[in-house]
Write a protein that binds this ligand. Structure first.
Ligand code: KDG
Ligand code: MG
Length: 402
């Protein structure tokens, strides 16, 4: 079998997605997700100009060799653009292998390690009471785990909180919006939210929170300590992790579990974090971390150090990544939790998928391959719609982490 065509499909049903389709001489094809939020066109060019031509004529069965060819063969390693492109190729190749062998991808990854996949939902509100209501609404929907993000008194707009009634979607049309931030106001407010949530809903629900890279290690240590009475499932991205050693400070001070990694690209971004047991969950999605082949190595490495997976699953990851993640989550022993942020209804005009949600858990389905497809004709009706993630400043104007 040979790859005869590699097509990049850009579409915007509700938001932008980049999808790679690899077609073989036997008519079997596979698809992969190459969406990099706010930088989509860079991956399109990387794929079309530098990756697709190299794939033609290759045997799609040799997934590991093709992965190494694209990683080592480029000479220029790592980085979000390169690794998103490699991830898309890798997902498409696993999809093809599953279809050729007539089996779901989880069977190729070692089979089922569990029957169902616990997912966490996003609850967000404009203020504390609204957020409490939203957490309750998601618990009523059956979720066993809910991430709570709230508007903060004195801060006009913050990460994770929807405007008006729509679902939260951080990428906005036009040039990047600027938001303003105060760590002091945030740290003073957040424990009161989780106290209120435990008072209202008791000890059982798994509660999570995303700090979105806005704290220094010692500030994260304070937050972790302040939240200990409310035993969160995790705090996420408490600190930016370019300096992996920074997590030593956080870890020394708190027993609140730590999750990080949605912006990581390879194992080298997490090696110290994992081997020194500085984190509890690794969040790198298959789409950012070079696909199933590389993330399998990361998960296996993490397993040695009691670190579990908790993959990123925001709306900028297409149904292809969601499906691939669910196959992966079902198969690895050290699965922890999966993020689930449902896409807009309109996306179903372009993508079809086999995964399902029931009572707080998801299932990848048993279709051969990944069980996802894209309708190219429908996709062409939703042209690319440029959008950027926001830029964040401190109240005095200093450029800060968004
Ligand atoms: O593209 C950026 C989003 O995926 C990110 O802001 C979402 O932090 C996020 C999360 O945890 O879902
Ligand atoms: Mg996050």
């Amino acid at each position: 079998m040979k790859i005869t065509e590699a097509r990049v499909i850009v579409t915007s049903p509700g938001r932008n997605f980049v999808t790679l389709k690899l077609i073989t001489d036997e008519g079997v094809y596979g698809i992969g997700d190459a969406t990099l939020n706010g930088r989509e066109k860079a991956v399109v060019a990387y794929l079309e100009d530098h990756v697709c031509p190299c794939l033609i004529g290759k045997d799609p069965a040799n997934i590991e060799d093709i992965w190494q060819y694209l990683y080592k063969g480029a000479y220029w390693r790592r980085g979000p653009v390169t690794m998103s492109a490699i991830a898309a190729v890798d997902m498409a190749l696993w999809d093809i292998k599953g279809k050729v062998l007539n089996t779901p991808v989880y069977n190729l990854l070692g089979g089922k390690s569990r029957e169902k996949i616990m997912v966490y939902a996003h609850a967000n509100g404009k203020d504390l009471e609204h957020t409490v209501d939203e957490v309750g609404r998601h618990l009523e929907m059956g979720y066993k785990a809910v991430r709570a993000q709230s508007g903060i008194p004195g801060i006009a707009a913050t990460y994770g909180v929807a405007k008006g009634k729509e679902e939260y979607e951080p990428a906005e049309k036009g040039l990047p919006k600027e938001t303003f931030w105060s760590t002091e106001k945030y740290l003073n407010f957040l424990p009161s939210l989780f106290k209120r949530l435990r008072d209202e809903y008791g000890d059982d629900p798994n509660l999570l929170h995303d700090c979105h890279h806005r704290l220094t290690p010692i500030e994260a240590a304070r937050l972790g300590k302040d939240l200990e009475p409310y035993h969160l499932f995790w705090i996420e991205d408490a600190v930016t992790a370019e300096l992996q050693e920074g997590f030593r400070v956080v870890r020394q001070h708190t027993t609140t579990p730590l999750a990080v990694g949605e912006v990581f690209n390879t194992i080298w971004d997490a090696q110290t974090l994992i081997s020194e047991q500085l984190i509890d969950y690794i969040r790198t999605s298959l789409a950012r971390g070079g696909g199933i082949s590389h993330m399998k190595k990361v998960a296996n490495f993490a397993e040695l150090y009691h670190v579990r997976t908790g993959f990123h699953g925001a709306t900028d990851l297409s149904p292809v990544t969601m499906a691939a993640a669910l196959h992966f989550d079902l198969s690895v022993n050290n699965f922890g939790i999966q993020e689930h942020m449902p896409h807009q209804e309109i996306l179903n005009e372009v993508f079809s998928y086999n995964y399902t949600f029931e009572d707080g858990f998801m299932y990848p389905g048993d279709a051969p391959g990944l069980g996802v497809d894209i309708d190219e004709e429908a996709a062409s009706k939703f042209p690319y719609d440029p959008a950027y993630l926001p830029v964040n400043r401190k109240e005095d104007g200093t450029l800060f982490n968004w």
